[in-house]
Design a binder for this molecule. Structure first.
Ligand code: FPP
Ligand code: MG
Length: 268
């Protein structure tokens, strides 16, 4: 018993030391400024592991927290996660309720115990049509955002309920409305004007360098379509989101570093 505990302690100590070293080595190379996750595969993960769907989403949140910490330790300045699409309201009321309950619980937990966000100086932005969320979740969103609004070192965009077409449509409407106010001197509407109105600009997110989708599906599903500009690296992996971890992320970072170095060489 004593020996087994001792061995477990040693193994954990060793693996955490090895992990720290690995993260430090990776962080010495070029690191993406902005990483986005399409967290897909929670229900298939739940079915595969004989768990309830709700548990699949809860385990998905644990994976999100884990990956947020990995990104922050690597010095990624902005992380965006697709937590709930506007289309997800069409899922069964039980599943929507479970996801809303999870969002409220985790956001409130963050307010009481915001050590990860405070430790790394992370500002939380909930991006999307928040007025579609139940009032109790909207309250939790306001609390969590105001709790972290003075943090300046990094940004965490939790996208819910979000779709890109909605974001772009809203941005175009605001741009036109603003332009009409200055009708006397109407300049053509530029890409920068629309960019400034995008929901993800709220926290001045840097350009999107890497977008990762899990679970073997190769679609963007209306996520960050405007932000996926020519330099964004799209990465698809077959791992279900709740199982996604450091060892799925390392090859993606190495690929980013290899491409960044070869671009620098070809420019020099
Ligand atoms: C996609 O998997 C996942 C979602 C629709 C929800 C993602 C949410 C989390 C990971 C928890 C996030 C945290 C908060 C704060 C709510 P899926 O349901 O489409 O699974 P499938 O592709 O296997 O059907
Ligand atoms: Mg899915």
């Amino acid at each position: 018993m004593f020996v087994r505990r001792g061995l477990r302690w040693l193994r954990e100590k060793f693996t955490s030391k090895a992990r720290n070293l690995l993260l430090r080595v990776l962080a010495a190379g070029p690191i993406p400024r902005h990483v986005a996750f399409v967290m897909d595969g929670n229900r298939r993960y739940a079915r595969m592991n004989h768990k309830k769907i709700q548990q699949g989403h809860t385990d998905g949140f644990i994976a999100l927290r884990r990956m947020l910490e990995v990104c922050l330790r690597l010095n990624v300045k902005c992380v965006s996660a697709y937590a709930f699409s506007i289309e997800n309201f069409k899922r069964s009321p039980e599943e929507v309720d479970a996801l809303m309950g999870l969002a409220e619980e985790k956001l409130l937990e963050l307010c009481q115990n915001g050590e990860l966000l405070d430790q790394y100086g992370v500002r939380l932005n909930v991006v999307g049509r928040r007025e579609l969320l139940p009032e109790r979740v909207q309250r939790a969103v306001r609390k969590a955002e105001s709790r972290t609004r003075h943090n300046k070192q990094a940004i965490f965009n939790l996208c819910m309920p979000y779709t890109s077409r909605d974001e772009i449509t809203t941005a175009v409407q605001s741009t036109v409305r603003n332009a009409l106010k200055e009708i006397d001197e109407l300049d053509p509407i530029t890409e920068e004007d629309i960019d400034a109105q995008l929901m993800t600009s709220l926290g001045s997110s840097p350009p999107l360098d890497v977008l990762i989708r899990t679970s073997g599906v190769k679609r963007l599903s209306d996520f960050l379509l405007w932000q996926c500009c020519e330099d964004t690296q799209l990465q698809f992996t077959s791992t279900y989101w709740p199982d996604f971890g450091l060892f799925d992320f390392i090859p993606i970072i190495l690929d980013y570093q290899r491409k960044t170095w070869s671009r620098r060489v070809s420019l020099s």
